[in-house]
Ligand binder design. Sequence first.
Ligand code: OGA
Ligand code: MN
Length: 295
Amino acid sequence: MSIEVERLGKTFFAEVRNVDIAKPMDAETVEAIRQAQRDHGVLLFRGAHLDDVSQENFTAHFGTVELNLRSDVDHVAALGNVDLEGNFRDPNTAQASFLRANQQWHSDSQFFKVPSALSFLRAVAMPKEGGATQWADTRAAWDALPPPRQADLQDLMGINDLQKSRAKTGHTLTEEDRKRWPPIEHPVARIHDETGKRALYVGSQVTGISGLDDAAGAALINELVAHSTQEQFVHTHQWTVGELVIWDNRRCLHRGLAWDEQSEARDVRRSTTEGSGPTSEGGLPIDEYARAQAA
Ligand code: OGA
Ligand code: MN
């Protein structure tokens, strides 16, 4: 039986039905899901009811699964305000401040030279109210810009300074972490390494623009995030426990919405696949990288 794919959002959000992703799948079904992911950007699987191990196995169909040491399973991070036993976590740790940063528009691990390609998020516990997730289609947002504006932006590099982006949620990096995560750059209008299409690549982790002073850089970043997150580019999903969503970090931004963290549990588990960058390294922007790969 073949999968059914139905677009729910305006541009990029689709639901996949007629498949049980908790069980092993044949190659044809896997390829149909991979194709749906390339076509749509964000995919929802209702009633998937994976556990950490089957989530890790499912993720592996899409690429190399990245290491994540925040749960019992090496490749699936527990990103809730409760621990694996369901007890509320201390809200004053670095981990808690990291989770709070998820409530600002961002693309996962943008502070890496090679950021994650896909993210997989599964709902294990959800509050009665709030706690939805939103995605913004930054490819559609790029396409909607007038060509002269695109020409002005297309060679700009965004600076990702983890020290500065973490400061926004009250977290200071240790000296050691500062060395481990020096500021790096990615193109503001990144080219997708599989589809060759550009998307705006900004968000809360972009803390400056190369060649612009701080104020001008911040103003441009804010303008591009505001442009990308207009209602026509955004899809909001209110979770039901057991669902899994896949999104493509190379073509959308996302954020979690607030809920009553003190009294309601929200437990989500995330796995990611390795990107195929660098989007930039030693002055090699992804445009050149994409061209070199295509040659
Ligand atoms: C993430 C993330 C948002 C949410 O897991 O990368 O940003 O709604 N999550 O939990
Ligand atoms: Mn995220």
